[in-house]
Every structure is written in structure tokens, then in C-alpha cells.
Design a protein around this ligand. Structure first.
Ligand code: LLP
Length: 427
């Protein structure tokens, strides 16, 4: 456990010197425990290496959004990418400055666009022609001019290791490069009086461990940026290259440092702008996972331990796919330790099973562990991104609490759902 302010003391996993097993007792399990100082540290590293008085780091809230994380990102001076009116409303309630909000999504509803215009958000990222009309129409009706960035699908599909340049042609997101739809979109945006066209955007994928796709995306997008200006007379000034920086989950993952991703993007922009003979745009990036993933562990209490002789041993915990859908949905792999026996010898291979009524609810398929006992606290590591944010009430399992740990102490950012919370909408 080599991230942030986690440490092993005695044989116990600690955060800021506090035992995680004590937190499990105090706040109950399952429990998401976040290292707040580590998140702040990531935010500063992104900001310091990337912004240089000009560029913008926009945290992609879909990875993990609560009121408290909005406050933290605001204090750190970051911008925020929201993808729904729910995320937008959360940011608003947290007092996040609306001019630093960027609104994404491939099918923003009229109601969502209205809320964005009313609250005066900084940027809409327009995904399609209907959105351009809606943003214009709604902005006019409210006497506003909205700043817009066009999302383009540049045909760079970055998978974790290989990437295929035309792979994303069939994406549901953005304006296509097929028949140069992005030119048509830019022309339309230029004609609409209540839209101020600022720039273009792409997002090439998530959990990317290579630098090349980012470098190439910079080159392709700057080419489109220049082409749009030449063909339509638009005066663009911003290029948003999305997120996607990879994170460590299990042995064998080799993510790069934040600064390496950032340097590649800055270098690509500088070199390609020079090649094309244009002024470098203001750059925007939208890191989600890399901002929060490795700051968090999820604590569970071990329940039933079941051995199918000669076949498999299941260790069941009191959470699972309801608080972490990623293994079931993406075959995502995680590591885990016993919170109070981190360094005990690993003597057997087990499966860590969740408690939902699905055979597929297995958090970890195969992991070498010490002989686990009932009622021990198990920590699944690096669960900070797309865990809580994708949590559900499947089987009417209550959503866990979220605590933030910093030098100052432990604070509850989200209290555990109650039965009545779950029934609140029901008639
Ligand atoms: N910007 C845009 C436009 C995006 O679509 C995304 C992620 C991001 C930024 C942030 O990407 P990140 O830095 O987190 O890779 N639920 C999946 C990941 C979905 C990512 C969707 N878009 C998972 O759990 O792996």
C-alpha cells in the first residue's frame, strides 16, 4: 500500500495514523474511506503542472461526486465537469462557482439545459445538432449568450494498451468526422446568436496507460481546430482533450505519473500548433479516475466463509456489486488486504463474494490471502473512482457511508443510507 497517507502500522492498515479497522467499528461497513489530503495533492499536481496561468484542469465529477468533493475541488481552484442536472445541482448546493462548471453529456434534456443556463454555467459541451438548437433557444429565452465547446469524435480509440485510429467512428458521443459533421456543427454554432463558440473537445477513453494516444489526439484535434477556423471563420481559443489517465489497481498495472500525462499533452499542443502555424489554444483536461481512485479503500466485514471441497472457497462480505459494480460490469480487478493482518502470510486462494443475489457478484475472483476468519475487516483497495458514483440500491441494500480522512481528523461526507431514505420516493 504505497499511495497517499496510507501506511501499515503493527500489522494494521492505517490512514493518517488511524486504524481503518477502528473506523469500520465506528462508522459501520461497508465504508468508503477517502484520503482527503491525497486528493488535494493530486488536484495540486494537476494544477501546478498543467495550468501555467492559462490552461484549465476540470475534475470529471462522474468518477466521484459529493458535496464535500465539490467543496474540495473549489478550494483547490479546479473547474468541474458535470454530466447531468443532478451533478450540476450538487455542485450548485456545494457553492461551487458556476462559471467554472462545464456541462457534458450526449443527451442533455431541455430541463437540464434550462438549469445550466439559469445557473450561468461556464461552458456547455455540445454533443449534437439538437443540443446546439436547444442551447441557443433556451439562452435566447433567458436573455443569455452561452459559451459552447463542440464535442468531436476524432477517430482515436485508446484502449488500455493498443489503440485503433478509426475505432471510435461509431461512438454515440460527439460530432463525427464522417462527412465532416464537425464543420457543419461549427457553421451552425456560428450562425446561432445566443451561442458563443469557444472551442472543441474530445475524450479518447479511460484507464489509458500510454502516452501516444494523448499525443496523437492533440495533433488530430489541433488539425480540426485549425480547419474549423479556416473553413468557418470561427475564432476558437480552447481545446479540451478530456480525461482518461490510467490508475493502479493490481500488480502489473503501470500507470504513468500525473506530470508525464500532462507534459505529453502540453508538448503535443506546442509542437502541433507550431507545425500548423497557429497560436496555441487554452488547453483543458478532465481527469476523473486519476484524481480520486487511489485515495480510497472500501471496508467490508467478512461474513460466511464457504468451501466447496476441492473446487473453490468463497469469502462473502457485507457489500459487493451494489457498492462496486465494476468487477461485475467490466471484469475489473481489485486487490484486498485484511485490515488488521496486512502482512500475514498468504496461504490460500479465495474468491471474495458480494451479498447480492447474482452469481456474478464477485468482487475478486481469485486472491491469495491469509486464512480469513469470520467478522474480520477486509479492505478492498483503490476503489475511489466509479465506485460510490455507480452504487445502486439493488436488492434494496442501503448505500454505504463515505468518510474523508485528513490530518485534521475524520469527517462523514455521506452518512449511511437508512431504510427510510430508500423508501422516501415511494408512494
Ligand atoms: N471527460 C469525459 C467527456 C468523459 O466521458 C470521461 C469519462 C472523463 C472525462 C473522465 O475520464 P477518467 O479520467 O475518469 O478516465 N465507469 C467506467 C469509466 C467511464 C468513463 C466515462 N467517461 C469505469 O468504471 O471504468
Amino acid at each position: 500500500i504505497t499511495f497517499g497517507n496510507y501506511s501499515v502500522e503493527g500489522n494494521s492498515l492505517c490512514l493518517q495514523g488511524r486504524k481503518l479497522s477502528d473506523m469500520a467499528r465506528e462508522y459501520g461497513t461497508p465504508l468508503y474511506v477517502y484520503d482527503e489530503d491525497y486528493i488535494r495533492d493530486n488536484a495540486r499536481r494537476f494544477k501546478n503542472s498543467f495550468e501555467r496561468g492559462k490552461n484549465i484542469v476540470t475534475y470529471a465529477g462522474k468518477a466521484f461526486l459529493t458535496l464535500e468533493i465539490c467543496r474540495i475541488m473549489n478550494q483547490e481552484g479546479l473547474s468541474l465537469d458535470v454530466v447531468s442536472s443532478g451533478e450540476l445541482y450538487t455542485a450548485f448546493k456545494a457553492g461551487f462557482p458556476m462559471e467554472r462548471v462545464l456541462f457534458h453529456g450526449n443527451n442533455k434534456t431541455r430541463e437540464e439545459i434550462e438549469l445550466g443556463v439559469e445557473l450561468g454555467i461556464g461552458r456547455f459541451v455540445a454533443d449534437n445538432f439538437r443540443e446546439l438548437s436547444l442551447i441557443d433557444e433556451i439562452s435566447r429565452s433567458k436573455g443569455r449568450v452561452s459559451s459552447v465547446i463542440l464535442r468531436i469524435t476524432p477517430g482515436i480509440d485508446a484502449h488500455t494498451h493498443d489503440y485503433i485510429k478509426t475505432g471510435m467512428i461509431d461512438s454515440k458521443f460527439g460530432f463525427s468526422i464522417v462527412e465532416k459533421q464537425y464543420i457543419e456543427a461549427a457553421k451552425m454554432a456560428m450562425q446561432l446568436e445566443n451561442i458563443d463558440l469557444k472551442g472543441i473537445h474530445c475524450h479518447i477513453g479511460s484507464q489509458i496507460f500510454d502516452l501516444d494516444p494523448f499525443y496523437d489526439a492533440g495533433g488530430v484535434m489541433l488539425g480540426l481546430y485549425k480547419e474549423i477556423m479556416d473553413e468557418t471563420g470561427a475564432k476558437l481559443e480552447e481545446l479540451d482533450l478530456g480525461g482518461g489517465f490510467g490508475c493502479y489497481y493490481i500488480d502489473g498495472d503501470n500507470p504513468l505519473e500525473i506530470e508525464e500525462y500532462v507534459e505529453t499533452i502540453l508538448k503535443s499542443a506546442a509542437e502541433n500548433a507550431a507545425r500548423l502555424g497557429i497560436k496555441e489554444p487554452r488547453l483543458i483536461i478532465e481527469p476523473g479516475r486519476s484524481m480520486v481512485n487511489n485515495s480510497c479503500v472500501t471496508l467490508y466485514t467478512v461474513g460466511a466463509i464457504k468451501e466447496i471441497p476441492g473446487v473453490k472457497k468463497y469469502v462473502a462480505v457485507d457489500g459487493g456489486m451494489a457498492d462496486n459494480i465494476r468487477p461485475a460490469l467490466y471484469q475489473a480487478q481489485y486487490d484486498a488486504v485484511l485490515a488488521d493482518r496486512v502482512d500475514d502470510e498468504k496461504v490460500e486462494t479465495v474468491a471474495i463474494a458480494g451479498k447480492s443475489c447474482e452469481s456474478g457478484d464477485i468482487l475478486i475472483n481469485e486472491i491469495k490471502m491469509p486464512l480469513i476468519e469470520e467478522d474480520e475487516i477486509l479492505a478492498v483497495l483503490y476503489t475511489g473512482a466509479y465506485g460510490y458514483s455507480m452504487a445502486s440500491n439493488y436488492n434494496l441494500i442501503r448505500k454505504p457511508a463515505v468518510v474523508f480522512v485528513s490530518k485534521e481528523g475524520v469527517k462523514v461526507a455521506v452518512r449511511r443510507q437508512t431504510y427510510d431514505d430508500m423508501l422516501r420516493e415511494q408512494v
